[in-house]
Design a protein around this ligand. Structure first.
Ligand code: XBP
Ligand code: MG
Length: 254
């Protein structure tokens, strides 16, 4: 039996519900600032989320929805700059407290730290978005709680590729069997499972509720709290109403 040594957290949709009211709004602010009449509605964003990575998402949108958009002299530079401004708007919104952590996240992090568990981040978003979210919600010192913040372009292939989880485990010098992953989306679940991490807890949100999470150990509609229960979507076990370290250890033992 391999001991559980690390919890590896996804960020967007897992630590916090950042997509609809955070990233999507920041993209639209960057488009408006650039004089572009592009508007990513809540509905359209559901489709665009199928492309991980903000820069890749902008490129997909231009190709799919703006074929007549005059190609800039340097298309990559255009997208990088537009995405850089989007990150500016997003991190500013976070600094204003726009996006809270999901229920149970602070408790779970605290339980893991008290148990001497290593913590890691494995995310598609940028490192500055991660540190901005952690600073705004848990204080700047919380950045140091994580052995590694594996984020964005640090790996060649974004989720659903397993690269970001491989990178996080390599930085912690841990094997997949020593880890548990916490995700929110099918892309994220695929990434963790293809990195052979055996324990996967998926906490769905409005954008991911109906996605395929085959192979996940537990699917819930939130981590929940002892006094504010969440619901297990599958497997319909005798779920205690909230996810804690004890439950993750139980799932890890299989
Ligand atoms: C979700 C993503 C990110 C965000 C936008 O990441 O796919 O691209 O939507 O952030 P996670 P950027 O792996 O945390 O669920 O614009 O910085 O990419
Ligand atoms: Mg996510």
């Amino acid at each position: 039996m391999t001991d559980l040594k690390a919890l590896v957290f996804d960020v967007d949709g897992t630590l916090a519900d950042t997509e609809r009211d955070g990233h999507r709004v920041a993209f639209n602010q960057a488009f408006a600032e650039a004089g572009l009449d592009w508007e990513w509605t809540v509905e359209l964003y559901a489709e665009l989320l199928s492309v991980t990575g903000g820069k890749e998402r902008i490129g997909y949108y231009i190709e799919r929805y703006r074929p007549a958009f005059p190609a800039p002299r340097n298309p990559d530079e255009f997208i990088v700059n537009l995405h850089w401004r989007k990150t500016h708007f997003y991190t500013h919104a976070l600094s204003q407290g726009a996006i809270p952590l999901r229920p149970g996240v602070a408790r779970l992090l605290s339980e893991a730290r008290e148990a001497g568990m290593q913590l890691a981040i494995a995310t598609t978003t940028t490192p500055q978005n991660v540190t901005a979210l952690l600073s705004a919600t848990l204080g700047p010192a919380s950045i140091g709680w994580f052995k590694v913040i594996a984020a964005g372009d640090v790996v060649p292939a974004k989720k659903p590729a397993p690269d970001i989880y491989h990178y996080a485990m390599q930085q912690m010098d841990l094997k997949p069997a020593e880890c548990a992953a916490l995700e929110d989306s099918a892309h994220g679940a695929r990434s963790a499972l293809d990195a052979e991490i055996p324990t996967l807890v998926v906490t769905v949100n409005d954008y991911t509720r109906d996605q395929d999470f085959s192979g996940a150990s537990l699917i819930v509609d939130g981590f929940g709290e002892p006094h504010a229960h969440s619901e297990a979507l599958s497997p319909a076990t005798d779920f205690q109403g909230y996810v804690d370290l004890g439950l993750i250890r139980h799932l890890h033992r299989g």
